[in-house]
Design a binder for this molecule. Sequence first.
Ligand code: NAD
Length: 286
Amino acid sequence: MTLLDGKALSDKIKEEVRVEVEKLKNEKNITPGLAVVLVGDDAASATYVNSKHKSCEAAGIYSEVHTKDSSTTQEELLELIEKMNNDPKLDGILVQLPLPKHIDTTTVLEAINPLKDVDGFHPYNVGRMVSNLDAFLPATPFGVMRMFEEYNIGLSGKNVVVIGSSDIVGKPMASLLINAKATVTVCNSRTKDLASHTKAADIVVIAVGVPHLLKGDMLKEGAVVIDVGINRLDTGKLTGDADFEDCKTKCSFLTPVPGGVGPMTIGMLLKNTLKAAYLRDKRESK
Ligand code: NAD
């Protein structure tokens, strides 16, 4: 069994971005910029935002963090986004999810200029991704695709089961796999006999938020398992949606949690921010 080392790969991607950012600064006098907006006091979200900020700084990307308290109104948030849409220092805007209940997530995501939508959640980018056109791809599934590429795991003609059908992970994951010519089955909490699907899969991508849902006896021999889940146990320990110890006896490739898909997400966000800066330069040079 080969461990898919997301930490090492993410470090490699961050270094690739750092080199390209330096080149962009030296050759074009352009500094890519990212703004991250955090509303409320969710501890996990604050940790993610902080590591996005730090990773930007390490890569030479200009970074702004806007921290708003949970009583912030939707109108105030939309005003801030409009300001950032018009700010030439910013190539990317990311609103950390989830938002407090009184704010409509769709309205907020649709307010972001699609050309600055480095999270890839605006319907413009979602539509382009589904149509296999150039788009900002959601960072987590984009990171999983980069893992497949890096470890030479072919997708064309493979049976892939995606467990979980959220807008953030499962659905975009399925679209990217379809575009890569895989045969894709998407399961959710209503799926009957989950194991009958996973047993036929060459590759299983699981993103459900249920610790250890996927067991070794649900897999065929030599399956590839990508575990997107991040669950905090009562002990404080982080664990995935796959039962690592049990699955590893059956798998050819497996991602650990932590250290698998998680670190890839930030690497791909930096990539998207760099891409946004390149696209700005292309528009402005016309
Ligand atoms: P979500 O709650 O929005 O969606 C969960 C999906 O799983 C739903 O489609 C639901 O129907 C399905 N599901 C739930 N229980 C199931 C079951 N027993 N059998 C089959 N399907 C089931 O979650 P999400 O935002 O997609 O996140 C899923 C997991 O991935 C979480 O643990 C989250 O922390 C993690 N995550 C990790 C990253 C990362 O960077 N690695 C990014 C996003 C999410």
